[in-house]
Design a binder for this molecule. Structure first.
Ligand SMILES: [Zn+2]
Length: 355
């Protein structure tokens, strides 16, 4: 196996200014993100995504393996009716209890990946990369069928799921899209690692990572929904892990399907993958991808700015809990209407299973 040395990372942009500025106003959807180093021109104008709900035009299927189980897994994404939300269905469960809404109230574990479960004790893990693809493609309603307790890891990124959604095509639905507007700053974590949501005119994220590894060093990136870069700049960023952790994970029966085909593996200052990195700062891009996927478990797109410092799945979910624990921190809004009263708490819509 060839061993590549990591390219020298770009000097980090000045991260001291939390404001994101400039950019262009966009009124509709599509796969839409713009990336920038922190401190450069990004939008603080209102950039609302599609104002009506969206689903797939047809069903689409894939086959892969589970990162942790190492087992073969078949998955399909099917269209769903307006208001259905994103719902998992375990096709290997035939006696009831096969449905699990993909929203934050159903998160049962967030240590290595995001796992959702239902009252019958059935779970599905590693949902965050698919959720990021659904968020990036602005899919509101879909049934995700899977024949085991884990979604396929594919290549470790959201790229294959975006390709599936594009293959199926998407269509708008005759129902308004509801957004979650952040009205007050919410922050979780401590001085070591933290994650916050602050009011902003669009969905934007700024992240910094700082691993105890010379190959990762510090990486920083700021992005916002708006200029069509989710697919090209974020979706392809792969999950990553450290060679010294692999034996420990496998002794716990985890990462049995993990390989250089579905993860970046770092050993000291080297990337072990023969093909090297897809982006010079692929690691922070993947952290952003994970956060986009986890926050889509809010049950609707968020309009606000996310700032993460050395955060991960645990803080992503803690942030959602803190947000919805504070009634003054958020409001539902429907673009094009004066104001939307709160008909229900987030996630409740997705609890209604309409097969
Ligand atoms: Zn991930």
């Amino acid at each position: 196996m060839l061993v590549n040395t990591l390219p020298k990372l770009r000097p980090a942009a000045d991260f001291s200014h939390g404001e994101i500025r400039g950019g262009r106003r966009r009124s509709n959807g599509g796969v839409d993100l713009k990336t920038s180093e922190f401190g450069s021109e990004l939008s603080s104008e209102s950039v609302f995504p599609a104002i009506v709900q969206r689903t797939l035009s047809s069903a689409v299927r894939c086959a892969g393996i589970g990162l942790h189980s190492g087992e073969a897994i078949a998955m399909a994404i099917r269209p769903a009716e307006p208001g259905a939300g994103i719902v998992l269905r375990r096709t290997d469960i035939t006696n009831g209890g096969a449905h699990i809404p993909l929203n934050w109230r159903h998160i049962v574990d967030c240590r290595l990946a995001t796992t959702v479960g239902n009252d019958f004790g059935f779970t599905v893990s590693t949902v965050e990369h698919l959720m990021a693809a659904l968020a990036g493609c602005q899919i509101d309603n879909a049934i995700v069928e899977v024949d085991g307790p884990e979604l396929p890891i594919m290549d470790g990124s959201a790229g294959p799921f975006v390709a599936m959604i594009e293959q199926a095509g998407t269509r708008t639905q005759d129902a308004p899209r509801r957004l979650i507007r952040i009205d007050k700053r919410v922050v979780v974590g401590d001085h070591e690692k933290s994650l916050s949501l602050t009011p902003a005119g669009a969905f934007s994220l700024s992240f910094e990572i700082d691993f105890d590894s010379s190959s990762l060093a510090r990486q920083k990136l700021a992005i916002h929904m708006g200029d069509g870069a989710f697919k090209s700049d974020i979706a392809g960023a792969r999950t990553f892990g450290f060679a010294h952790e692999v034996d420990h994970l496998r002794s716990l029966g985890l990462a049995l399907g993990g390989s250089l085909d579905n993860a970046i593996v770092i050993d000291g200052d080297r990337v072990l993958n023969e093909e090297g990195l897809r982006f010079q700062d692929e690691f922070v891009r993947h952290k952003i991808l994970d956060c986009i996927g986890d926050l889509y478990l809010a049950g609707a797109p968020i309009i606000g700015h996310v700032h993460g410092a050395r955060s991960g799945h645990g803080l992503n979910h803690a942030l959602l809990r803190a947000l919805f624990d504070d009634d003054e921190a958020w409001s539902y809004v429907v673009p094009g209407t004066e104001h939307d009263p709160r008909p229900a708490r987030p996630g409740l819509d997705a609890d209604v299973i309409r097969p």
